[in-house]
Design a protein around this ligand. Structure first.
Ligand SMILES: [Zn+2]
Length: 160
């Protein structure tokens, strides 16, 4: 097959479906590691996430958050630090944020609401009374435990 023919070849259903489910940053991380698309698609399946996930890099300082999850109306936005963590740790952080995607969809299925109500109506409600118990939030504990267990044998980021 020459380049001319391949240029006109339509996207196949699998390619199209994968791109709708997962969008990744176009570059490697600043430290040179890379997000592993096929592994992340597998993780999305493992966690039963159905809505699209868009992952973007962020640049962060030591002591700041290494990852974030935001529920939009019908898709998830995830960011991950690209400049201060190695791929093994980055993979665990990404697992953690993907668990938040799963939690938001679990909330949506149970309540019939959009995932964008998850943070206010469920996540924040599980903070402690004194506003300082982020680490004790049940959903954080769940995300940390699943991320730790999964990341032992299943990595989402790799050295290039
Ligand atoms: Zn978290």
């Amino acid at each position: 097959m020459n380049d001319h023919q391949s240029f006109y070849e339509p996207l196949d259903d699998n390619e199209l479906r994968d791109h709708l489910r997962l969008s990744l940053p176009p570059t490697n991380s600043r430290l040179g590691w890379q997000l592993d698309e096929q592994q992340i698609l597998g993780a999305i399946d493992i966690l039963g996430i159905e809505l699209p996930v868009r992952i973007r890099f962020m640049t962060t300082k030591h002591g700041d958050s290494l990852g974030t999850h935001y529920s939009r109306k019908d898709w998830h936005r995830v960011t991950i630090a690209q400049n201060i963590i190695k791929p093994g740790r980055a993979s665990e952080v990404l697992w953690h944020e993907l668990v938040h995607c799963m939690q938001a969809e679990r909330f949506a299925k149970r309540t019939g609401k959009s995932i964008n109500q998850f943070h206010k109506e469920e996540y924040k409600m599980l903070d402690g009374d004194w506003g300082s118990s982020y680490q004790d939030n049940l959903l954080e504990i769940e995300a940390n435990k699943i991320a730790y267990q999964k990341n032992i044998n299943y990595r989402l980021c790799k050295e290039v």
